[in-house]
Write a protein that binds this ligand. Structure first.
Ligand code: BTN
Length: 278
């Protein structure tokens, strides 16, 4: 599916008009992982707030929970945003929230499609996975030196975003049943540069709003599927079953078990519980 030409920094940034996001942009045809490069730029070159790293292909793209992120050269959007908010590590999930809201909003505006968000970091289109976010933190001072959580500060947050744009899902048998792409839904290829520009603009708007005191957490919560529904969450500690009642301000999922206990879950994979299958 078309638009496999390489992207370039000039076309992405020309008259972009953002305050922070994408004012410094690194565009590569191939990297191991845009998240890894963004972290290296943040640590070794003090890359400024809003720096973006984009690649046409990743040789070692990373998904959540140690998984791989698959994408053929030039077919999808693969990028990472370096943000430097004044937040504790616990609060840094707000960066993921505002990026996912911005990306969903931009895709909807550019395509007319309706995008859902799935806890913790997935973009869904008609119940299939359209993309995901992998957020990684760099901390200013090692945790061992600052025992009080409220005293800790992130140095930077890298929000890595993968959106299936022109992927022919049939070419990826390992994910064909559960993934989709914008081109598959629309029946035509999309211009990745235009879509990326729209996303950077929407993330920038939301980052500015955040800096003026607007937390993205309530709006993010309202876009999440599964809330109020019976769910099954696979975590490192085991399976949690119950009703997904809410998310808290940090982005943790609150699940009410049948015995009445409220379980707070930081990381896991959510699927419909026994009383519903969709
Ligand atoms: C997930 O759903 O598991 C998260 C996927 C995140 C993939 C993106 S692609 C750009 C950035 N670089 C990476 O190596 N991963 C993220």
């Amino acid at each position: 599916m078309g638009d496999h030409g390489a992207m370039n920094a000039v076309d992405i940034t020309q008259d972009l008009g953002t305050a922070w996001v994408g004012r410094h942009l690194h565009c590569h045809s191939t990297v191991e992982s845009t998240n890894e490069l963004a972290k290296a730029l943040a640590v070794n070159e003090s890359a400024p707030d809003g720096t973006v790293v984009v690649a046409d292909w990743q040789s070692a793209g990373k998904g959540r929970l140690g998984r791989r992120w698959l994408s053929k050269p030039g077919e999808n959007l693969l990028f990472s945003v370096i943000l430097r908010p004044d937040l504790t590590p616990m609060e840094a999930g707000q960066m993921t929230m505002l990026c996912s809201l911005g990306c969903a909003e931009a895709v909807e505006a550019e395509t007319g499609l309706s995008i859902d968000l799935k806890w913790p970091n997935d973009f869904l289109l008609g119940n299939r996975k359209l993309g995901g976010i992998l957020t990684e933190l760099g901390e200013a001072s090692p945790a061992t030196h600052v025992p009080d959580e409220r005293e800790r500060r992130v140095d930077f947050v890298v929000v890595g975003i993968g959106i299936n744009v022109n992927m022919d899902v049939g070419q990826h048998p390992e994910i064909a049943g559960e993934a989709t792409s914008l081109a598959s839904a629309l029946g035509r290829p999309l211009n990745r540069t235009n879509l990326l520009r729209a996303m950077l603009g929407a993330i920038d708007d939301r980052y500015l709003a955040f800096q003026s005191g607007t937390s993205p957490s309530k709006e993010w919560e309202s876009k999440l599927i599964s809330l109020g529904k019976s769910v099954r969450v696979r975590t490192f500690q085991g399976i949690v079953k119950g009703v997904a009642e809410a998310v808290d301000a940090t982005g943790a999922l609150l699940v009410r078990r049948a015995d009445g206990q409220l379980v707070r879950i930081l990381e896991g994979d959510i699927s419909p519980g026994s009383s519903q299958r969709n």
